[in-house]
Design a protein around this ligand. Sequence first.
Ligand SMILES: C[S@@+](CC[C@H](N)C(=O)[O-])C[C@H]1O[C@@H](n2cnc3c(N)ncnc32)[C@H](O)[C@@H]1O
Length: 260
Amino acid sequence: MLNSIQFAINYLFYFFTSGTKHSVHSPFVYDFVCKVLNVRKNKPMYHEFELVRSRMMKSKSLIKILPLGAAAKEEETVPLSRVARRSAKSARYAELLERICEYFQPQIAVEIGTSLGISAMYQASALRDGFLYTLEGNPDSAKVAAFNFEKLEFKNIQLIEGNFDDQLPALIEFLPRVDYVFFDGNHSMEATLKYFELCLQKAHTGTVFVFDDIRWSDEMYLAWSKIKNYPAVTVSIDLYAMGIVFFRKEQEKEHFVLRF
Ligand SMILES: C[S@@+](CC[C@H](N)C(=O)[O-])C[C@H]1O[C@@H](n2cnc3c(N)ncnc32)[C@H](O)[C@@H]1O
């Protein structure tokens, strides 16, 4: 993980070099910037999800965390409030995921890393006929997420419990295709590239992949740099903390760094 000085330098570089809609010539990306990136909506359901988040952030319950991802070292028991504060996407980014799902309306969506279910609820709420498969390896987190999905009566989320290394290959084998994947767990280069290549097997010209924490570490940035250069990837959008890639065959390969 980078230290705060490296983060600050990287962010300043991003801030002064990133473009806006005025620097985008591709109609597809221009539309995406105007209709998805640059519009913040205030939907009533956001309040429901944020209520769930704030309840968990005040909770005194303890949960066990297994050492699964790149940052984890050993098993620990921690307050639920800490997990809610640290692992879930902020409302700003969760809303962006919701808008991406609303805009592209994937039928088959996958999330790698459920944690307590905050980002899953945002994404699934945008799907009119689509279905979200979300994977989580930490049993206590999965239990809380399942409780949240049930409480808010989600019918279009399937939570798959188990290590990504076992569950993701089985899920990808089972699915006819993937229309959308949010990669948000196990932030090592090796795992990120492995999960990307697995999902790529079922990607098509309309598929969207979103990667979280692309600047979380040098390794993650290297993984992102490799991913955007894959021959199958045509358009990539770097939003500093998140990266989005598209496989549109009709589009020339182009990489955008955009202000968000
Ligand atoms: C950053 S959190 C996900 C946050 C969630 N997407 C949100 O914004 O609400 C990443 C999750 O991935 C899980 N995870 C990490 N490595 C894993 C692995 N190898 N197998 C299964 N789960 C894993 C962790 O337990 C953690 O809950």
